[in-house]
Write a protein that binds this ligand. Structure first.
Ligand SMILES: Cc1cc2nc3c(=O)[nH]c(=O)nc-3n(C[C@H](O)[C@H](O)[C@H](O)COP(=O)(O)OP(=O)(O)OC[C@H]3O[C@@H](n4cnc5c(N)ncnc54)[C@H](O)[C@@H]3O)c2cc1C
Length: 512
């Protein structure tokens, strides 16, 4: 790695100190919660003038000594497992001027900056030890939607559901992510594994322009003609970006007139035939069909029938985005041709839906308030090989909420080349892995062990990772493997050029 090590966070608080701490009321749902006294003691040693920072910004700031600090720093995190890192100060910016002032203050005071978007990244890279957290929670408006130019301008903290709801009023849509609550903020900076990706491309491919604040505290506009290096880096660098993004200018699309959805539950006994058949139909399907292969806990009505298979099923889902239900049905016809379809335990075929329906379904599979470990990867293997290696292990999964899913990309050009002009640079025939989800802290050890074993099983099939859905905290090398070698190198060079003093945390600093 050629990351900039010049500037280290001022306060070094070891993970051990955090883990040693007792659980505070506000964060009792988190593991390894911080010991606020230790953080406070460390902060007291820090040499920055709190009053000067208060004067520099118009917004609230939170210090570890504040009663609501834990709530401000951890309350917005999706993953209830992580709360073992803490900044020296969190700044809840409200305006561009706040962001500029905060960055300039950090730079002048040798503090490092981490950015909190929606807090949805599974491994919480917005939480670093020491430094300043710039929290964008208040920057949550859709500024404009122009149905003529088909461009929307959004602040970062807009959820997938919200953007699609607003665009629907204009018969427009955007390649957002899949779950309702996740925010555009970090999604658009990481790559963007989107709905209807086969037709619309990744989220980053529809980011036309970004307004951002640099490490010098300068507000710039980056697009294909201006500040091209920033434009390139922002579309993929994710947690490794060296700027704060304040507004995204998004390219919009006509909303598909028909969303056609099917789901088939097969016994795990049939996973081999199902997965092999999936590999054969994927290249024949139109790219407008989003196809996924799953191992999940059986729905309640199939619990009895699947008892001898660990209560799990092998599920196939498809969603077609088309002009009419007829075209949707035609596009989905191949999903009815599985050689073991007569043994299908239950199915729901060609149901009309819309974004609301898709978000409801995804929201149910990835529920809130869970403890999570996630490792999504790209693969070029036959899904049958992957399930062969993992099915037995999945049946022993300690938590019924855990989902194992692979998006199987469709169409004749798979794997499609990654976009040419973005830091995001991964591709594969498949994308997915285990989303290990559980509720109680008491079950941490069992789930962590199971998850780790699953990653080991998947390793031989992995060609790359995705910074938005990989545990780059536990496995820093997965950040490296989320980029082509050339792009990883270019990112490091750009960081050196545009953030030579290391104002922004890089991928790895402040995590241990
Ligand atoms: C339930 C669920 C479903 C998901 N589904 C998908 C999916 O379908 N497709 C997909 O691609 N991803 C998906 N993700 C992953 C998600 O897109 C990323 O984790 C993304 O980072 C979330 O954005 P955020 O702003 O909430 O991130 P945060 O956790 O707030 O930020 C992550 C990092 O990104 C950087 N960052 C964020 N915002 C900014 C900004 N405005 N300026 C500068 N840096 C910033 C910071 O370095 C920060 O540490 C899903 C996540 C969850 C929890």
């Amino acid at each position: 790695m050629t990351e900039n090590k010049e500037r280290q966070p001022q306060v070094k608080i070891s993970r051990r100190i955090f883990l040693a701490g007792g659980l505070g009321a506000a964060s009792s749902i988190f593991v390894g919660s911080i010991n606020p006294e230790k953080v406070l003691a460390a902060t007291k040693k820090a040499s920055f003038d709190v009053e000067a920072l208060r004067k520099a910004v118009t917004c609230d700031i939170s210090l570890p000594s504040d009663k609501d600090f834990k709530d401000k720093v951890y309350g917005g995190l999706w993953n209830r497992y992580y709360a073992n890192r803490a900044p020296q100060v969190a700044v809840q910016v409200k305006t561009d001027a706040d962001v500029i002032a905060a960055v300039k203050f950090a730079k002048a005071n040798n503090m490092k900056v981490a950015v909190r978007g929606g807090g949805h990244n599974w491994c919480a890279p917005s939480l670093r030890n020491g430094g300043m957290m710039i929290d964008l929670t208040n920057m949550n408006k859709v500024i404009s939607i122009d149905p003529v130019t088909k461009i929307a301008v959004c602040e970062p903290i807009i959820s997938n559901r919200e953007i699609q709801q607003k665009l629907k009023a204009h018969n427009l849509a955007f390649p957002s992510g899949h779950c309702p609550q996740v925010k555009l903020s970090g999604y658009l900076l990481s790559g963007g594994m989107s709905w209807n990706q086969g037709v619309w491309g990744h989220g980053v491919e529809s980011v036309e322009k970004i307004e951002m604040v640099t490490a010098d505290g300068e507000l710039i506009v980056a697009d294909k003609d201006h500040n091209q290096d920033y434009y390139w880096a922002a579309r993929g660098a994710g947690p490794g970006l060296f700027a704060v993004c304040l507004r995204y200018h998004l390219k919009l699309y006509d909303i598909p007139k028909a969303f056609t959805c099917s789901a088939y539950n097969y016994s795990m006994e049939q996973y081999k035939e199902v997965a092999q058949w999936i590999s054969e139909i994927a290249p024949k399907l139109d790219p407008c069909v989003e196809l996924s292969l799953w191992m999940v806990t059986a729905p309640a009505e199939l619990a009895e029938k699947t008892k001898d298979q660990g209560g799990k099923v092998c599920m196939v889902t498809g969603t077609a985005f088309t002009d009419s239900q007829e075209k949707g049905k035609a596009a989905m016809a191949l999903l009815d041709t599985c050689p073991v379809i007569s043994k299908c335990l239950s199915k729901s075929v060609n149901q009309p839906s819309d974004f609301e329906g898709l978000f409801d379904a995804s929201g149910a599979l990835w529920p809130e308030n869970m403890r999570n470990q996630v490792e999504a990867m790209f693969s070029n293997n036959n899904p049958a090989e992957i399930l062969d290696a993992t099915a037995e292990h999945f049946k022993k999964c300690p938590s019924p909420a855990t989902v194992f899913m692979f998006a199987v990309f469709t169409g004749p050009n798979v794997p499609t080349p990654p976009p040419k002009d973005t830091a995001f640079s991964m591709t594969g025939k498949l994308y997915g892995g285990p989303w290990t989800m559980w509720k109680d802290q008491a079950d941490d050890a069992a789930n962590l062990k199971w998850h780790k074993e699953m990653i080991t099983l998947l390793k031989p099939f992995t060609v790359g990772h995705y910074v938005a859905e990989s545990d780059t905290v536990t496995y820093p090398e997965h950040a490296v493997h989320a980029y082509s070698k050339a792009n990883w190198q270019k990112l490091a060079e750009l960081r050196k050029k545009y953030d030579p003093k290391g104002v922004f945390f890089n991928f790895t600093d402040g995590l241990a």
